[in-house]
Design a protein around this ligand. Structure first.
Ligand code: CP
Ligand code: NVA
Length: 314
């Protein structure tokens, strides 16, 4: 059965990849790869037998919900889907109280919500590990699965160039942090006013100084894509920004992964998207469905990578 270095992880929150060392992120990826191989070979791995994960959602989800719910089940435990429409948090019960109540009953809590501060407050008051399943600021579980996918396709992570084209949202932030931790060269192409906040760039640059990677922001997507090993994009308007959709369509019109951008990248470049995608906006149908797109492997790896997180911290 899977080899877990639980000592370094048990009881820890998974809120940002920046809270982990490169060696720890590598271990999580390797555990994900091992769990994937075991699953495909039909080898059971009930390492969380009898444990329960509470999953709070105040936003929609397909991949994250299914990955955690199926994942905990495959690890021998049970997942509880707690929609904010049904639990008292949606009627104003403080997250601090929710944290303490759930901690008396479950072994881990995953939360997907708007405010990053809410995730931090939950973690402060919970006595069980808290996993950030997406906030407006970060989406670290996605990036762990992305790094695993890059490792599978490229055989390594360190030294590769990843170009992200589009809005500097939670995905861009987590790619900047996780990528530079792992020694990648992260280039972000975003228009004025939609570029990464200084706090993220400072952390990414600090990481890069240690790992030998780099972090750069450019305006021109074509320039950013040159020789990229990985091209990445995400929606122009994230959950909660729906009313800005029309303005954003104009602002981001040229920030699209299309055949022309793909041709600037390395000939073996892979194309990634966290999904859901808006075809014809941030990515063309042709590229999303094309031979260099790995988006569905990336989506599958949410399951394996999230099992690794749970198996290690819970
Ligand atoms: N990529 C991602 O987090 O997908 P869901 O919103 O479907 O969970
Ligand atoms: N940036 C997107 C990611 C969805 C998985 C959002 O927050 O809506």
């Amino acid at each position: 059965m899977v080899t877990l270095n639980k000592q370094a992880f048990q009881g820890r929150d998974f809120i940002s990849l920046n809270h982990f060392t490169a060696a720890e992120i590598s271990h999580m990826i390797d555990v994900g790869i091992e769990l994937k191989a075991e699953k495909k070979a039909g080898i059971p791995h009930p390492v969380l037998q009898g444990k329960t994960l509470g999953m709070i959602f105040t936003k929609s989800s397909t991949r994250t919900r299914v990955a955690f719910e199926v994942g905990i089940y495959q690890l021998g435990g049970t997942g509880l889907f707690l929609s904010s429409r049904d639990i008292q948090i949606g009627r104003g019960e403080p997250v601090q109280d929710t944290a303490r109540v759930l901690s008396r009953m479950v072994d881990g809590i995953m939360i997907r919500t708007y405010s990053h501060q809410e995730v931090l407050d939950l973690a402060e008051y919970a006595t069980v590990p808290v996993i950030n399943g997406l906030s407006d600021f970060l989406h670290p579980t996605q990036v762990l699965a992305d790094l695993m996918t890059i490792k599978e396709y490229k055989g390594r992570i360190e030294g590769l160039k990843l170009t992200y084209i589009g809005d500097s949202n939670n995905m861009a932030n987590s790619l900047l942090l996780g990528g530079t931790k792992m020694g990648m060269h992260i280039v972000i192409a975003s228009p004025e006013g939609y570029q990464p906040v200084p706090e993220i760039m400072e952390l990414a640059k600090q990481n890069a100084r240690i790992s030998g990677g780099s972090a750069q922001v450019l305006l021109d997507p074509a320039e950013a894509a040159v020789q990229a090993d990985v091209l990445y994009t995400d929606v122009w308007a994230s959950m909660g920004q729906e009313e800005e959709s029309e303005i954003r369509k104009k602002v981001f019109a040229s920030y699209q992964i299309n055949q022309k951008i793909l041709e600037s990248a390395h000939p073996d470049a892979i194309v990634m998207h966290c999904l859901p995608a808006h075809r014809g906006e941030e990515i063309t149908e042709e590229v999303l469905e094309g031979p260099q797109s790995v988006v569905f492997d990336e989506a599958e790896n949410r399951l394996h990578a999230h099992k690794a997180i749970m198996a290690l911290v819970m």
